[in-house]
Design a protein around this ligand. Structure first.
Ligand SMILES: NC(=O)c1ccc[n+]([C@@H]2O[C@H](COP(=O)([O-])OP(=O)(O)OC[C@H]3O[C@@H](n4cnc5c(N)ncnc54)[C@H](OP(=O)(O)O)[C@@H]3O)[C@@H](O)[C@H]2O)c1
Length: 260
């Protein structure tokens, strides 16, 4: 695969860089403040670029890992240095195909969305290449994203829902874990222990669904024994509008995304 460039070595850029270091791909990185780049000097497959423009000259795939507000500045710095076949990969929420066309006119670019589990190589990501990106290039990009989790190729009109169920969902899962832990502490358990037990249960429940591919309702039914404990909690959640609250949250994120 051709060289991969990463601009912005913050939370996500560092996670992507570290996944690619492990994959042995040739990478080149740049960042506004130079200090964070030093620790990558020891890796044979990592080159430190002296500027974003230099990175743009060297890399075929350029993943832009800066905050959305800095996207136009990066585009103005690199546009004139791109090669004919360069592919720019945006990971910024709200950078739609139209907005990417505005800052990278007539170029190959990819809109994408990922989530913070990328930090432990367990992201769920989606990519949407424009029509200038070839099948081979798309396959390369799917491979790049697979080094830090799972990835799907989706049409742009799925990105509002995808942002809600993958980009934002970790927030609600952590809120759920925190609330469950509060109740466990109220019932006498140590805070730290409860976080570990709940997190493993969330992880295990997700693994079971992914492995069995059973309907979630079946897996729920398997836990609720007649006149048992789980059905009591389930009734309480239904009384508090648990399903409607989750649907409203996903709907609200999707609406907000479409207005960005
Ligand atoms: N929803 C999510 O969970 C999620 C998941 C994946 C991706 N994202 C997207 O990922 C992007 C990055 O987020 P983050 O949390 O990683 O941000 P971050 O930690 O603030 O990192 C941004 C990095 O970009 C660098 N930077 C800023 N301007 C630059 C420039 N002109 N040239 C080179 N580097 C520059 C910063 O350098 P300094 O060290 O000088 O500040 C910093 O290291 C955002 O667009 C975000 O929307 C979000």
């Amino acid at each position: 695969m051709d060289k991969i460039g990463i601009i912005g070595i913050g939370n996500i850029g560092a996670a992507i860089t570290e996944s690619l270091i492990d994959s042995d791909k040739e990478i080149i990185i740049s960042n506004r403040s130079k200090g964070v780049l030093q620790k990558y000097r020891k890796y044979k497959n990592v080159e430190i670029a002296e500027s974003n423009a230099k990175l743009a000259q060297e890399a075929k795939y350029i993943i832009v890992c800066v905050k959305p507000i800095n996207y136009p500045l990066i585009a103005s710095e690199i546009y004139d240095y791109l090669n004919e076949d360069s592919v720019i990969i945006s990971i910024a929420a709200g950078y739609t195909m139209n907005k990417l066309e505005e800052i990278y006119p007539n170029r190959k670019y990819v809109m994408s969305m990922s989530n913070t589990p990328a930090l432990v190589k367990e992201a769920m990501s989606a990519i949407c290449p424009n029509d200038k990106v070839s099948k081979e290039e798309t396959d390369d990009i799917l491979e790049i994203f697979s080094y830090f989790g799972k990835v799907a190729k989706l049409p742009e009109d799925n990105f509002a829902a995808f942002t809600a169920i993958c980009g934002s969902l970790p927030t609600y899962i952590y809120m759920f874990i925190e609330a469950a832990s509060d109740a466990a502490v109220k019932n006498g358990m140590k805070r730290k222990d409860s976080y570990e037990y709940i997190a493993q249960t969330v992880k295990g429940s997700a693994e079971l669904l992914l492995k069995t591919k059973d309907h979630p309702a079946k897996l729920k039914d398997d836990v609720t024994s007649p006149a048992g404990t789980s059905i009591e909690g389930l009734k309480s959640l239904e009384n508090h509008g648990f399903r409607a609250a989750i649907m409203d949250a996903i709907d609200a994120v999707s609406d907000k995304y479409r207005k960005m």
